[in-house]
Write a protein of this length. Structure first.
Length: 564
């Protein structure tokens, strides 16, 4: 949409297209949700072509008339149907190796900035009217129903079951609405930035929810009669799940292309009292091309992390509850140290993302490939660095400890509430304290908090209740940039977009090793960690709230029970 409608109005007045008396009518007769430019065209004061020419001239962009336009198939195929429809753009030719792309608003900088990331071509933008672009979209990709089918083919384009579906003949036609419904659900979840899709049968209907930035949003309800067909479609897409078995949990994977991105969906079904419930975890491979700064770590924590992952041996543990971003942090560490002179092997259950240049092993307990069995085999491969998805039992922990003491750098995770508690956890599963003291290099506890939307956040202030809960005084706020959520189209009116980590890092020094060896209590270890300069999760969160990245309410929610 045009970034500054007032500027456009001024341009139209300067060009002699609009009079002051007409502007008064525009304000009176503007429909809800309509821009002034749309009102001007609807009332017949200025033609859509003159509005678009004015926009093009102001942006020094070429205007083209698409009223009699046609393009060869090879030009049409340069832009996927879902991208063309989402951004309301059409390809109109190639000139000097650059794809000419028609847009209706040369000042919609968000669209102009986004398109080079989703279209793999050098782009030259030209301008045309919204009406003619819409006509060409229909000409290229068909009407709404045909466009849905085209998006379905591009979304599921290379899945391995398309051939089998073609053989179903008339049944395929009958199933087409379900196919499109499932495809649309996946597409909308991707657009919304969801991490999970929950498809849940209720007593009278079928509910679809997306988890966005860690929070579930109720997005759709469908008739209950569609439930079995939707679940069957999803199972068929995995290529391995049994559509007749509705009484036992099943797992599978789906690989799709959405908007030029390759996504993996990890599918899980479980029988419930109203039928099978499905959760699809969306694994975006692009999200793993991260550095530590992308996770929201401040420069001092990033430097501490970089020093730790440069160590030649020892164990580095990342702790926290399920969904706290532990695996993402480990992957970011591996991305940072993944060099040709290092051999890195991971053992995971399951392998969520494929990392280039890294040997990844998936646990398969049904055939005896447990964490411990995989680790024993990995050590014969002479790796420099090992990542263990999770230390769950004594045997896995023993092998990890031994590996770290024989010259390997080991990364792994544990389920504990804070960093010092990880030591007690290792001792509880049977590891001798002196081995824990010898092997550990650092423990990192982590939580995720929602980031304020950069587009709409505004200056705010903490309430007295929040300040008391965070143990802050007015003097401590100083020049803090306290920001508050507002809500806009970019963040689905939530005021938040994306998440960031808050962390505490417990670096093990000689005195801490002595304390671990003496099997001293977790509170004593925590005191020592604080003496070494460890910030608690809450203290790190407060830093990020005072920097305007998140809110006090988010920090309190994520660190409930942390009085540090």
């Amino acid at each position: 949409m045009f970034a500054n409608e007032d500027y456009l109005i001024d341009l139209l007045k300067e060009s002699g297209f609009l009079e002051d008396s007409q502007l008064e009518q525009v304000q009176e007769k503007k429909l809800r949700g309509e821009t002034p430019a749309e009102t001007i065209v609807r009332l017949g004061f200025v033609s859509s072509e003159d509005v678009s020419r004015t926009r093009a001239n102001s942006a020094q962009m070429e205007y083209i008339d698409l009223s009699a336009f046609s393009a060869p198939p090879e030009i049409v195929e340069t832009v996927a149907a879902d991208v063309a429809q989402r951004y309301k753009v059409v390809p109109v030719g190639v000139e000097a190796g650059r794809l000419r792309l028609a847009v209706s608003d040369p000042h919609d900088f968000e669209t102009l900035d986004s398109l080079p990331h989703v279209i793999p071509h050098d782009i030259e933008f030209v301008c045309s009217t919204p009406e003619s672009i819409n006509d060409v979209l229909i000409q290229f990709y068909g009407d709404a129903e045909q466009l849905a089918r085209t998006m379905e083919r591009q979304l599921m384009g290379n899945d391995e079951f398309s051939g089998a579906e073609e053989e179903q003949g008339e049944a395929e036609t009958e199933d087409a609405p379900i196919i499109r419904m499932v495809s649309s659900t996946l597409f909308e979840a991707f657009k919304a930035g969801a991490s999970d899709i929950h498809i849940e049968p209720l007593e009278r209907d079928l509910r679809i929810r997306y988890r966005i930035d860690g929070v579930l949003h109720d997005v759709e309800h469908h008739p209950k009669k569609l439930h079995n067909a939707v679940i069957s479609r999803i199972k068929i897409m995995t290529g391995k799940m049994n559509i007749d078995d509705k009484r036992t949990p099943q797992d599978g994977r789906i690989e799709v292309n959405v908007g030029g991105k390759r996504l993996d969906l990890r599918v899980s079904t479980i029988p419930s009292n109203h039928g099978e419930s499905v959760v699809m975890r969306i694994l975006d491979k692009e999200s793993l091309k991260l550095g530590l700064s992308d996770l929201g770590f401040f420069s001092d924590d990033e430097e501490a992390f970089n020093n730790l992952i440069a160590l030649p041996d020892g164990i580095i543990l990342v702790t926290g509850p399920t969904g706290s971003g532990k695996t993402t942090t480990l992957y970011a560490c591996l991305n940072t140290i993944n060099k040709p002179d290092k051999k890195i092997i991971t053992v995971e259950d399951p392998v969520e993302y494929e990392l280039n240049g890294i040997n990844q092993v998936m646990v398969k307990e049904a055939i005896g490939m447990t964490f411990a069995a995989a680790l024993r085999s990995m050590l014969r491969q002479a790796p420099n660095i090992i990542m263990i998805g999770e230390i769950r039992d004594n045997e896995t922990a023993q092998i990890a400890i031994n590996a770290s003491l024989t010259g390997h750098l080991v990364f792994s995770t544990l389920h504990t509430n804070d960093a010092p508690s990880a030591i007690a956890r290792l001792v509880n599963i049977g590891i001798k304290p002196f081995l824990v003291a010898s092997a550990l290099r650092a423990i990192v506890a982590q939580r995720l908090v929602r980031k304020l939307c950069a587009e709409c956040k505004k200056s705010g202030m903490m309430t007295e209740k929040e300040m008391r809960a965070l143990n802050l005084s007015i003097d401590q706020l100083g020049d803090a940039m306290i920001m508050a959520p507002v809500g806009c189209d970019k963040c689905r009116s939530t005021g938040f977009k994306g998440r960031m980590g808050i962390i505490e890092i417990f670096k093990i020094d000689d005195e801490a090793r002595h304390m671990i060896n003496e099997n001293l209590s977790t509170p004593r270890l925590r005191s020592r960690a604080r003496e070494l300069g460890m910030r608690t999760l809450r203290e790190d969160g407060i830093r990020k709230a005072l920097a305007g990245n998140t809110t006090a309410a988010e920090i309190l929610r994520a660190t409930m029970g942390d009085n540090g």
